[in-house]
Design a protein around this ligand. Structure first.
Ligand code: GTP
Ligand code: MG
Length: 199
């Protein structure tokens, strides 16, 4: 796949401040430390586009990147981070909910889930909320390199069993690794196919 042209546009504290909604956009979200910055760097072939850290809760703004002058990649704040105050957490949650429900040009939200763990209650609640408010989303399983292939399969099956208690159909899913770059082409092709459909 050809190298992407990626430009940082800016960071915003609320939906109201975001750039004009003149390009299709794709948001990335997940629990803190799920590997969101690593995934974004992997997708864009940049070592340090999104900040990778061992300190959870770093990203607290809506970060916009323009890709190939064609679409926006939006790096959303992680949800459910326990170590910030309840008030701050609620503020973030409201900012994220407002962004996702109001932003007209949003095509798909990628929900990142660490494939090593069971589906957490907060992920399930977030996914079910997306369904209730009818926001299009796909799931991205991260850190697949940390397990053996058959373990990845087993974990994905278990997560999907849990989802099927609430959903008739499973969402589009990608198994990824920022280390091996697994899933990269699939996600970029998925985005391209939506862009083509709406252009
Ligand atoms: P915050 O923004 O701090 O909430 O975290 P984040 O979701 O952006 O996670 P980040 O990309 O900073 O990654 C968290 C930790 O997981 C880092 O130590 C990464 O190196 C590691 N990590 C992320 N993705 C992968 C992966 O695919 N494979 C492996 N082995 N490690 C990963
Ligand atoms: Mg991050």
């Amino acid at each position: 796949m050809v190298e992407l042209d990626v430009e940082f546009i800016g960071s915003y504290t609320s939906e109201a401040g975001c750039p004009a909604a003149n390009l299709p956009e794709y948001a990335f979200i997940g629990r803190s430390n799920v590997g969101k910055s690593s995934l974004i760097n992997m997708l864009t072939n940049k070592k340090n586009l999104a900040r990778v850290s061992n300190t959870p809760g770093k990203t607290q703004l809506l970060n916009y990147f323009e890709v190939n002058k064609q679409w926006y990649l939006v790096d959303l704040p992680g949800y459910g981070y326990a170590k910030v105050s309840k008030k701050k957490r609620e503020l973030f949650e409201r900012m994220i909910q407002r962004f996702l429900t109001v932003r007209a040009s949003l095509q798909c939200t990628f929900v990142l889930v660490d494939v090593r763990h069971e589906l957490q209650q907060i992920d399930l609640e977030f996914i079910n909320w997306l369904g209730e408010v009818r926001i299009a989303f796909a799931m991205v399983f991260t850190k697949a390199d940390k397990l053996k292939d058959h373990q990845v399969e087993g974990h994905v099956d278990a997560i999907n069993q849990k989802l099927l208690a609430y959903w008739d159909e499973l969402p589009t899913q990608f198994i990824t690794s920022a280390k091996s770059k697994a899933g990269k082409d699939e996600i970029l092709q998925f985005i391209d196919s939506i862009n083509e459909k709406i252009s």
